[in-house]
Ligand binder design. Structure first.
Ligand SMILES: NC(=O)c1ccc[n+]([C@@H]2O[C@H](COP(=O)([O-])OP(=O)(O)OC[C@H]3O[C@@H](n4cnc5c(N)ncnc54)[C@H](OP(=O)(O)O)[C@@H]3O)[C@@H](O)[C@H]2O)c1
Ligand SMILES: *[C@@H]1O[C@H](CO)[C@@H](O)[C@H](O)[C@H]1NC(C)=O
Ligand SMILES: *[C@@H]1O[C@H](CO)[C@@H](O)[C@H](O)[C@H]1NC(C)=O
Length: 321
């Protein structure tokens, strides 16, 4: 019937190695996992983009390890849904707090910081995770900055600057920037260039912001050596990252293929989690993938450029500092 040979044993001979191969391939795709048995009891963590994907998975892990987690989200309803799901998954309800912030709006960043600084005497972990990819057309925020650049980079720059003094009060402060493997595609990170509609491209805008994330980490680690500042590529993840691009339908059409070929959101959270909690971080200002240090693109390595980006970013946000 099913087998031409009628020999069950012969079929198993093929099927078992095939399943085994698929299993190992899948484990390989899932990538490096954070295996240290570290608690985060009493730690105060702030995670941006907390209602979806990597951010939500990070909130779950940090909370389950004992941290008090501030979920920074731009949409109250989506945030409440995510929080509900995390509590269902076993998170401690009283240690999950939602704060709304739109990174594409400097005034809202200053407002949320005011609340955080009033509520907490210090902050231990800041994870700059929120990100969007693929806005179809060039768009400016109400602050006059190209939207991808502000959402993924400049908003986080301001948030970080405003929380630095609070982070410095922690005994083991960490800043983690979620960057991406596509950062080497960036052509320029000069604001005038980024802000010129002629230079807009979905992937270009994204890769520029992600290059800036790494350079920001490097420069922070120089300026604030006490704070462990790292950046990472979280992996290629089956998340909602394409939701602004109009391509998210691909996720449904190719659901089984996406599931197999990409990391789960929790797998994507492993490297940032490692950077937030590991007791064995090697150095400061480094770039990671799959929980190990990897080389960032050469473009991110010119210290002079990192200084320039930092200074330029401070100038742009200066009236909010
Ligand atoms: N997915 C991948 O394969 C991949 C690969 C490399 C790097 N990354 C990076 O990983 C990070 C997390 O992405 P993900 O895959 O988890 O995607 P995701 O599921 O789309 O999550 C992104 C989060 O960022 C939030 N966000 C976007 N713009 C915002 C803004 N202006 N203000 C506040 N929040 C904003 C989104 O909020 P809404 O739900 O309200 O839109 C969402 O919560 C991003 O930085 C991304 O660049 C992802
Ligand atoms: C949840 O967190 C609160 C506040 O930190 C704590 O008092 C409580 O014991 C925790 N509950 C559980 C079940 O761990
Ligand atoms: C993270 O990126 C922000 C901007 O996106 C930057 O201001 C900050 O210095 C970076 N921090 C680290 C540790 O990379």
């Amino acid at each position: 019937m099913f087998s031409s040979s009628g020999c069950l044993f012969c079929d198993l001979l093929y099927i078992i190695p095939l399943i085994t191969a698929f299993y190992f391939l899948r484990q390989y795709i899932r990538g490096g996992q954070f295996k240290e048995n570290v608690r985060a009891n009493g730690k105060i963590a702030v995670v941006t983009g907390a209602n979806s994907g990597v951010g939500r998975a990070l909130c779950e892990e940090l909370n389950k390890r004992g941290a008090k987690v501030y979920m920074l989200c731009r949409d109250e309803k989506r945030a409440a849904q995510a929080r509900e799901q995390l509590v269902e998954n076993g998170c401690n309800d009283s240690n999950l707090l939602i704060q709304t912030v739109d990174l594409a709006d400097f005034s809202s960043i200053r407002d949320v910081v005011k609340i955080l600084l009033t509520e907490e005497s210090h902050i231990d972990i800041l994870i700059n995770n929120a990100g969007l990819l693929g806005i179809p057309q060039f768009e400016k925020t109400k602050d006059g900055v190209e939207k991808t650049w502000q959402s993924n980079y400049l908003g986080h720059f301001l948030l970080t600057e405003l929380l630095l003094s609070s982070l410095e009060k922690s005994s083991d402060p960490r800043i983690v920037n979620v960057s991406s493997i596509v950062h080497p595609l960036a052509d320029s990170i000069d604001l005038d260039y980024v802000n010129n509609p002629k230079n807009y491209g979905r992937m270009k805008a994204y890769s520029r912001s992600k290059l800036a994330n790494i350079m920001h980490s490097r420069e922070l680690s120089t300026r604030y050596p006490k704070i462990k500042s790292s950046s990472c590529h979280p992996g290629n993840i089956n998340s909602n990252i394409l939701s602004t691009s109009g391509w998210i339908f691909l996720k449904d059409i190719f659901a089984p293929i996406f599931w197999f070929c990409f990391k789960t959101e929790m797998d994507g959270a492993q490297t940032p989690l490692h950077l937030a909690l590991s007791q064995h971080l090697k150095g400061n200002g480094l770039y990671y993938s799959d929980c190990v240090v990897v080389e960032e693109s050469e473009k991110a390595r010119f210290d002079g450029d990192c200084v320039k980006l930092y200074e330029q970013s401070r100038q742009v946000v200066h009236k909010w500092l």
